[in-house]
Design a protein around this ligand. Structure first.
Ligand SMILES: Cc1cc2nc3c(=O)[nH]c(=O)nc-3n(C[C@H](O)[C@H](O)[C@H](O)COP(=O)(O)O)c2cc1C
Length: 273
């Protein structure tokens, strides 16, 4: 059996889960290849799927869906009737629409989605002063990732007729989420900007930007193409890139996780099968 894992991971959480899945598959004696589609150039190459018996896709959740650039990338892949699964990492807030809207793309593109999963992970906005889901994913999340891998492989192998998973229709339409995406990107968190004189001008921020939005010379990201993934901030060796501090909004967010049933439930990683 040959399995492909294709994942996007700007700050490393989704990559951690992809690695656990890869190691579990190896332990099970499965032949596995993984492809990291975070860089701009990797998403320009055609994803060759013909030789694989099943595909795992891994994405972070941005504004309750897979990031726009991942959805656009997925739109261009013909699934040729292959079985697949999608796993998400998210910061403990909105996440349900990600399952529904990603399945919609996969259905349209002739993939057969057999399972999905969501893993609680440190929120990217912790780089802006939040303290959401710090130290996640942890060992318990990794255990769930291993269980998800085993259950999904069994679904890839089975000769039984394919029964699609049904997700509840989200209360938010794609158009509403498009608006939320724009608002989050450029109003809540501001563009990554160089701040400080200790830049060694290594150019790493520009080279690793998934959307080619960062200009190392200017020390500023482009408003239209930046997706606020903070890959540049997370990886700057001189630590001179920053966004604005939004820690003042954290208390209210913390209330949600501490006091509501929904908030407590969102701190648990889950498998849908
Ligand atoms: C622009 C943006 C929007 C996000 N929106 C959500 C969201 O709606 N719900 C949530 O729980 N986490 C959200 N997150 C947090 C990420 O899903 C989470 O930190 C994820 O694990 C990052 O994955 P990575 O480290 O592989 O890049 C968002 C992060 C970013 C950068």
């Amino acid at each position: 059996m040959k399995i492909l894992i294709a994942f996007f991971s700007a700050t490393g959480n989704t990559k951690k889960i992809a690695t656990v899945i890869k190691n579990k598959l190896k332990e099970l004696g499965v032949n596995v290849t993984s492809v990291d589609i975070t860089s701009y150039s990797s998403r320009q190459k055609e994803l060759k799927i013909d030789e694989y018996d099943g595909i795992f896709f891994g994405f972070p959740i941005y504004s309750m869906r897979a990031p726009r650039i991942c959805r656009e990338w997925l739109h261009n892949i013909n699934g040729k009737g292959k079985k697949c699964s999608v796993f998400f990492t998210y910061g403990g807030f909105g996440k349900d629409p990600a399952h529904y809207y990603t399945k919609q793309i996969l259905d349209e593109n002739n993939f057969k989605l057999v399972s999905s999963a969501e893993f609680v992970s440190a929120h990217t906005f912790n780089y802006s002063g939040w303290l959401a889901a710090q130290n996640r994913p942890n060992q318990s999340d990794y255990k769930i990732a291993e269980e998800y891998t085993v259950k999904t492989i069994n679904k890839f192998i089975t000769k039984e007729a394919y029964i699609p998973i049904e997700y509840d229709k989200p209360i938010f339409s794609s158009e509403q989420l498009d608006q939320a995406e724009k608002y989050r990107f450029h109003v809540i968190t501001k563009l990554p900007t160089r701040d400080g004189v200790n830049c060694s001008m290594c150019g790493l921020c520009e080279n690793i930007c998934p959307t080619k939005a960062m200009d190392a010379e200017k020390g500023l990201a482009d408003l239209d193409s930046c997706i606020s993934c903070f890959r540049c901030i997370a990886n700057c060796p001189d630590q001179v890139l920053h966004t604005n501090n939004i820690s003042n909004t954290w208390e209210k967010k913390l209330e949600f996780h501490k006091t509501t049933k929904e908030g407590i439930d969102r701190m648990v990683s889950k498998i849908y099968i």
